[in-house]
Design a binder for this molecule. Structure first.
Ligand code: HEC
Length: 345
């Protein structure tokens, strides 16, 4: 699972998203100015609306799990031709309009979050009015045929799910279940197992071993999993695909604790591949650099640029190495887990 997802595609994608964003900015010579073969002129009426809304929306919807503004295809597939948001010919009953008017039922009353759309129009941040959006929905043509065929270019980025976070992190760090739970009983997989204290175990409440909460001696291992957004079929809890503060906090703790376990685990080369804890920068600078780059590649699936390697070395590794090489490597490992490339798919 760790290999295919760390593709350079993420990078291409982010670049694409940025390039798309650039098209909404004023360019000298007007919006039709060709830039490197690409033109920023709207492709059609839907695109005009996309570009019109973009200044108010793309700050939060270029990437993530609702990347409506990443491209025209994303806009049409994800928003325009999704009946939940836009009802063709019926602006008043379209959630999109209700959101712009701050009257939407449900969890999100208004978009953009925290700011009234009509105020953005009044202050000149956006020029597309709600009335224009309504007129567009009234006349909205049916979805173009091409939306029905899979478009290989229409990829999106999303965060890793809780199970992907747990499983791939164990794998990447060279850890197994046995590193977290007490296995002294030969039959431990078949009975209530004991989570060894202080190991920051994170495990779904409905996975084996530990088919129900009762089987996990440390209920926090399940709570942490919930905080990462994991679902639990036993208590009818749906997955949460957002990434809020509790998920972030759990991931921070988990990254530190699990990296420490990986560094301390005997003959585990996941983190310490080209160095031992006896190798300091003063003694063996080449090994330290080599290991740093190898770890970056292992965790993020692409080699670091020289600038990134330098930054990681100078800002994370070196200050911690002054205390101990062990802390240095735990710090580097944990910081890579919090990297956007690690967190997204
Ligand atoms: C400050 C950040 C922010 C801005 C700006 C913003 N959104 Fe959102 N939007 C969110 C968040 C957060 C969610 C809900 C989480 C998620 O699913 O990604 C969301 C969800 C949505 C949804 C899905 C709601 C649902 O119930 O399924 C739509 C549609 C949407 N936004 C449209 C817009 C539009 C249109 C704009 C611009 C007018 C906009 N957003 C601007 C943050 C923002």
């Amino acid at each position: 699972m760790s290999t295919p997802r760390w593709m350079p595609r993420t990078a291409a994608l982010l670049a694409l998203a940025l390039a798309t964003g650039a098209c909404t900015e004023d360019k000298p010579g007007g919006p039709d100015t060709p830039d490197g073969g690409e033109t920023c002129a709207p492709a059609n009426r839907n695109d005009e609306i996309r570009l019109g809304l973009a200044p108010a929306c793309e700050g939060c919807h270029l990437a993530g799990n609702k990347p409506f503004f990443a491209s025209l295809t994303a806009f049409e597939n994800g928003l325009v031709y999704d009946e939940r948001y836009v009802k063709r010919g019926d602006p008043e009953n379209s959630l999109l309009v209700q959101m712009l008017e701050a009257t939407a039922p449900g969890s999100y009353r208004q978009m953009p979050l925290g700011q009234r759309y009509d105020e953005l129009v009044a202050s000149g941040h956006v020029s597309l009015t709600i009335d224009q959006v309504k007129a567009w929905i009234r006349e909205l043509p049916p979805p173009p045929g091409r939306l029905e065929v899979a478009d290989p270019e229409a990829f999106t980025v999303r965060r890793l799910s809780a199970e992907e976070l747990v499983v791939s992190l164990m794998d990447q760090l060279g850890l197994t279940l046995e590193d977290f739970v007490s296995t002294s009983d030969p039959n431990w997989r078949n009975k209530a197992y004991v989570v060894n204290g202080g190991k920051l175990f994170v495990w779904p409440g409905d996975w084996s071993p530990g088919i129900s909460n009762e089987y996990v001696s440390d209920s926090r291992s399940v709570e942490r999993y919930d905080a990462l957004g994991g679902g639990n079929s036993l208590v009818y809890r749906k997955k949460d695909v957002g990434f809020g503060p509790s998920a972030a906090q759990t991931l921070v703790q988990m990254s530190q604790a699990w990296c420490a376990r990986a560094v301390d685990k005997k003959s585990n080369t996941a983190v310490l591949r080209y160095v031992t804890l006896a190798d300091t920068t003063a003694k063996n600078p080449d090994a330290v650099q080599k290991n740093l780059r190898a770890l970056y590649l292992r965790m993020l699936g692409q080699p670091p640029s020289d600038a990134e390697a330098k930054q990681l070395f100078e800002q994370v590794y070196l200050p911690l190495e002054a205390q101990s090489t062990r802390l240095g490597w735990i710090g580097v490992c944990a910081s890579l887990i919090r990297h956007p490339l690690w967190l997204t798919y």
